[in-house]
Design a protein around this ligand. Structure first.
Ligand SMILES: [Fe+2]
Length: 197
């Protein structure tokens, strides 16, 4: 056997998973090159995953726009502490949108950036708020929607699409932190309001 010839791997079947031999894997990888990152091991319904990821993309874009709007519109004595938080969340929502769009492309789908219908594709809403407290409350609602939506996606994907699941888990961890940040800010603002009464 030359150094380059495929080694036969005999793996134990732990439950329902085995590892294919090197030869099998090499042959399969040469078929359907047009599918790129989508291989035989891909077990999810690709078009459904792309459709849901486009809803995630819309949710993140709407989130980014809401935080940007809050960053530029926030004013008043309490706004200086809150503005950097709004800006950071806007930037992270943009990063999430980029991660999701890149994954859609890997799945041979088309990321939907069309502004028409953006708010109906998004799970969270875009509403105008008049006060800082209302802004933060609305952001907290949106973060809680994101946490629930992304958790459901992760459970739904299970083992069928590990890469998308990893992308969603990474995003979910940041969304959970965003929700916590907004909850704390809301608590601080409420305390500050209590003190002046
Ligand atoms: Fe967020």
């Amino acid at each position: 056997m030359s150094a380059d010839s495929p080694k036969q791997t005999n793996t134990t079947d732990f439950g329902r998973h085995t590892i294919a031999s090197a030869q099998e894997m090499r042959e399969r990888a040469r078929q359907h090159l047009e599918r790129g990152a989508v291989t035989e091991e891909y077990q999810a319904d690709r078009s459904q995953v792309v459709r849901i990821l486009n809803e995630v993309l819309a949710t993140e874009l709407v989130c980014m726009l809401r935080y940007k709007s809050h960053y530029y519109r926030a004013s008043g004595i309490n706004s200086e502490a809150v503005k950097p938080e709004f800006l950071q969340h806007a930037q992270e929502a943009q990063q999430h949108a980029d991660m999701v769009a890149a994954r859609i492309v890997q799945l041979n789908g088309a990321p939907d950036f069309n502004p028409t219908g953006l708010t109906s594709r998004s799970r969270s809403e875009y509403k105008e708020q008049a006060t800082l407290t209302e802004m933060i409350r609305e952001d907290l609602v949106a973060e809680r929607i994101a946490v629930e939506f992304y958790t459901e996606i992760i459970h739904w994907l299970g083992d069928a699409d590990l890469t998308t699941r990893k992308v969603m888990q990474d995003i979910l961890a940041v969304e959970a932190q965003h929700a916590e940040d907004m909850k704390e800010l809301l608590g601080e603002l409420t305390k500050a309001a209590d003190r002046v009464r």
